[in-house]
Design a protein around this ligand. Sequence first.
Ligand code: FES
Length: 244
Amino acid sequence: MVSAYDILGITASADEETVLQAYRARVKEAHPDHGGSLAEFNRVRRAYTHITSEASADQFETETATGTDANQDVAQGSNAESTPPSSSVSPSDNDTEETEVVGPTVEYLDYEVLDEYGWELTDPDLFAKADAVDLDSDTHGIFIVEPRESILEAAERYGLFWPYACRGGACANCAVAIIDGAVEMSVNTILTQGMLDQGVRLSCIGQPVTSDLQVVFNIEQLPGLRELRLPADQFSTTRTDDPS
Ligand code: FES
């Protein structure tokens, strides 16, 4: 039986950081948009959930055999109607045995990479170009947003350090540019209509309303956003690793 560690390509003695890095690399490879399949994507996700929950190897074998997921009750529980849409198997998928629902996926890219390579936010091949170069997982990758999570919270759960300050929609430190997909914000008192029209959204109060998103983070260089930023140290809940 293949273990959860085998699926991530690591040993059982791997430390937390190694597990996270392996997961981030494998989940990207396994994503259907990157040459993988939904079955493989879910297999990798299930392996990571298993390792981080420290469940028994027997439990993982049972979950794998039955196609269940440790988080499935959360994703499909009594609040399912209020959760964002999730991706599911399409009829064209060859992996017909895999019926598990997964949360919205976010493919992210650091704006600094655009600067470095001279790419434009409006380039329709932006993420294809990012795939073609060797970027580390802090700058380009994929994560899953769980029900009731904001995009920023999901990014942080994956160990990413994205800029933020207030975490409540009162600044623009956490702004991201939505390249593909849609995001709903609980409120907006700060972004101008022009910014909204450009696809700018606040990741701290934004949740995906499509099954897949492509976002560029770290976009303070875009016109008007720097003026809306606040010093992170004004907020007592701010993490010390905030790059603001
Ligand atoms: S961190 Fe201030 S609006 Fe998101």
